[in-house]
Structure formats: structure tokens, C-alpha cells
Design a protein around this ligand. Sequence first.
Ligand SMILES: C[S@@+](CC[C@H](N)C(=O)[O-])C[C@H]1O[C@@H](n2cnc3c(N)ncnc32)[C@H](O)[C@@H]1O
Length: 457
Amino acid sequence: MGRTRRKRNIRKARDFCACDDKEEIIQLNSWLSENGMGCNDKLFLAVFDETGRGVLTKRKIRSGEELMNLPLNLTINVTTILMDKLFDKIFLENSKRCLVEYKQSVSFQSLMAFYLAFIKFQSGKTKWHIYLESLPKEYSVPYFLPNEVKQNIDSDILTVILKQKNIIDSSYSIFENILMNNVSKDSTIQDFKKSFTMAGYEWAYFTVNTRCVFMDLSKVIDLKNIENSLLTLISDNTNISLCPYLDMINHSPNARNETKLLVSKNIENVSISSLSEDLFSDVQFSIYTKNDFDPYTQVFICYGDSHNLKLITEYGFFLPANDLDYVSFTFEEVVLFLKTKAIKLSQDQISFINNHGLCKDLYIDCKGLSYNFYGLLLVVKYYYDQSTDVSRLIYSAAICSNDNNLNIIIAPMVRDKLESVKESLNKLSNVNKCVILNNCVELMCQYVRILEKFIKC
Ligand SMILES: C[S@@+](CC[C@H](N)C(=O)[O-])C[C@H]1O[C@@H](n2cnc3c(N)ncnc32)[C@H](O)[C@@H]1O
């Protein structure tokens, strides 16, 4: 094949547009290289038709190759927050004893979001300015749907939104109180007090939610002795971090990757009071791929769970034809339904169900009943059958989750669920579509397919 034709073929197949020439990306690239990021020189940023902005490789990448590495002080992690003396003042120069009053009352993700709102507010005055400018301005998670649209969204999606809302509302009100009682004379803090808003906090919260990577620093710093530090506010662990450029890589369920912390020997268990920026310029956070990527294709990593409920509600995107999707039912819902069919579970049955954990993870997916749902229905049908040993059946290797005798028991409940999802979809068909709503509708259509398949079997 001649060079021109080969070039033309490559061009034809392209599903991306380079974006390295955009002002914020030019600035990001030079800031990162000036500050010691090591990036595989095959990688570039691009906007892809299917997935939006992501990372492109211009040459073949083989399994085992490092994609990039960042010095620790180029990532926003727990040490960044602990070393920021101005941020510290918000809590310590305060008429309330914040560390006592709000002990273990916020998640680390919430504290990170508050910190992000603080540095975002300072604009060009912090070293993070260029990075913050490269971040999306808004997020396509259903949390941001208008209330009138939420009314007809599937209950599983709503449940996640409500949990997010509770966390965001309660942590926002704690940070608002802390700011209200701050007595610092520092003008940055005083101005921040006036400009801290729910909208800014929500943006920061979902920036952290959609972009953080797992980073365990427990070997590098002493996270046990945390008295008098901001970490007393935290109710969970601190294993998340924002990593510029690495957070440009999109998700694929098929991607496999590994991260490593490359630490020089003398940095170990550093106490919180001895933290310093320089200390961490020698610690590298590195990411390797375990996949091959062809030239001019997108490089992906895997974020973890890949079912669409998680991807839509936490990350704001949808994977079509996703076999990992499922429709869940609560134990209470099933018990209530059984009652309507004059099936009342005895105390013995309920104890058996609880002891075997068969009251959770009740769902139907494209393969049929979940293991626990199958087990639960076995208890419903065979517990008092003298000829059947239910325990043995449940743990039998030959367990078959497509026993029609069991499916029939719950078929009416599944039909009701199917009708209710269809009804909601019908109502949503009159609403103006946007990316967020389209994602939710796609998932609900997936639920319809799963439930219809179950009923047909
Ligand atoms: C860590 S960021 C990746 C970079 C991001 N695309 C950007 O432009 O900054 C995660 C976000 O990227 C998008 N994303 C990641 N993987 C995707 C995929 N497979 N399809 C569509 N969007 C995806 C989602 O908006 C998600 O919240």
C-alpha cells in the first residue's frame, strides 16, 4: 500500500480530534513537565467521538509499559492538605474547637472537596491553578438532574442520588459552620468565607468523585498518630488522591493496570508534624498498563466496578450492552410480595435466611437470579419439604439458578417491576433530553430487557 493511501486509511478510521493545541492543555503539559512528570512519549490528549476527552497513543503500547509517573508533590493527596498552613487556619483559628466538635464527622472525600473549593477560590495564587483550569466545568451525574425529572427516575438511581445528597448536605453544613466561626484575620480566608457556595462545593465534590485514584500512603507517612491534625475530622481512610494527567485516562471494563509508589529508602513513616514539600519530590506515583494498545487508539484504565448504575451515578457515563447490569430487589420488598401471595415466612426460615446472608444482594441479571436470590427462594419453597435438604441444595456445586419452579414464585413481582419501569420511561419520554437523562433512560431500558428476558424464560 502506498504512503498516501495508508495515511488516508488511518485518517478515515480516526474517531478522535487532537486537543493538545488548546490553551489550557498547552499550559497543563508544560506545567507538568516543568514539575517532573514523566510521561510515556507516545501519549497525547485527544477528544474521542465516543468517550470525550481522553488519552491517545500514537505508537503501539505493550503490556507492562509505564504510562506515566508523577512526583508525589504534583498530586493532591492527604499530605497536600496537611501541609497547607493557610487551610489549617480555617479550623484552628476558630471560636469552636473544630477538631473536637467535628471529630470523625466527615469523609476524607468531603475534606478533599472542601480543600479543592479553597484552592479553586484562590485562583492563580496556588500552584494548582493550571491543573484546576484543565478540569471539566460540570459533571453529567444524575445528582444534577432537576427535581421534577428525578421523580420518574428509577428507584436504584434515586437511592444513590439521595445518599450523595445526604453526604454533601451534611458535610457542607459542617464546613459552613466552621467558616462562620473562623476568627482568622487572613484576608484570603475572610474572602473565602464570603464566596463558599453549595454550587462550588458540589463541583468540587464531583471532581473528587469522578477523578480520584487509589493511593495508599500509609507506609510513607504515619497516619496513626493524628492528634491535633485535620485528620481527626475524618471518619474513614485517606487513600484517595487527585493525579493531574493520569486523571485524563478514560475507563474500560477490559483494561487492567497497576499503580506503584516508588519510595527512596529513607522516607518511611514520616510523622505528620515533619511533612515537607521537598521530602516528596523523590517519591513517584507510577501507573503501568497490562494491556496492549494499537497506534492511534485510546488508552484506557479500569476504575473498578463497571455496572452502569455505578458508572452513571458516580462517573456520569454509560456503557452500552453491559452484561454486568442487574435489577435489584430488597428483602422487605420480596417479603411483602410473598405476603400478598399468602406465603408467610416462619421465624425459623427468617433465621436461616439471615444466618446464610440470603437477605442481601437479591437481584436479577441477564443470566437470571443472583445466587442469594436463588437461595432465598429455595428456602421459601423447600424449607419444610422433608425430602429436600435446603442447606445442601444451596451449597451444592450443581446449583442451578434457572429453576423455573422458583422463577414462577416471583414472576408477578418481576412483572410489576417491569410495568413500573416502563411507566416511568413513558413519563420521561415527554421530558427534554440531556446527556444525564439519556444515561438514566438507557439504564432503565436495560432493566426492561433484563426483566423481560427473565419473564420469558
Ligand atoms: C478520570 S476522568 C477521565 C477524563 C475525562 N474524560 C476528562 O475529560 O477530563 C473520568 C470521567 O471521564 C468520563 N469517562 C471516563 N470513561 C469513559 C467512557 N468509557 N465513556 C464515556 N465517558 C467516560 C466520565 O465523564 C468520567 O466522569
